[in-house]
Design a protein around this ligand. Structure first.
Ligand SMILES: [Zn+2]
Length: 100
């Protein structure tokens, strides 16, 4: 299973892909991802069995597209999101932000 970058069309194994997640926004429930290949930043939501792609709209993250990743699970912690697939876990820390 390979997960694509929609900017440069590079494809990544799940461990490469989820290691590139670096900022969990708990309020919007989205993860920031920076492509290891082209440096493009994308926003995504980890869903059961899928990655959701979209964009923030009216203060919420609106999922427009889904990429199926069978077995993908998520658990929201206080200051991070745990992403699990099979027996692997990636922990994405929350960056606290001020909402004006
Ligand atoms: Zn890319």
């Amino acid at each position: 299973m390979l997960i694509p970058c929609y900017a440069c069309e590079s494809r990544f194994r799940p461990d490469e892909y989820f290691l590139a997640c670096h900022d969990y926004d708990r309020g919007m429930d989205l993860v920031a991802w920076t492509c290891p290949s082209c440096g493009n930043r994308d926003d995504l939501r980890v869903l059961p069995d899928a990655i959701g792609f979209g964009y923030p709209r009216h203060g919420r993250f609106s999922v427009q597209d889904r990429f199926r990743v069978p077995g993908l699970r998520r658990r929201r912690q206080d200051l991070r999101l745990d992403i699990t697939l099979d027996k692997e876990v990636w922990r994405v820390p929350t960056t606290l932000r001020q909402w004006a």
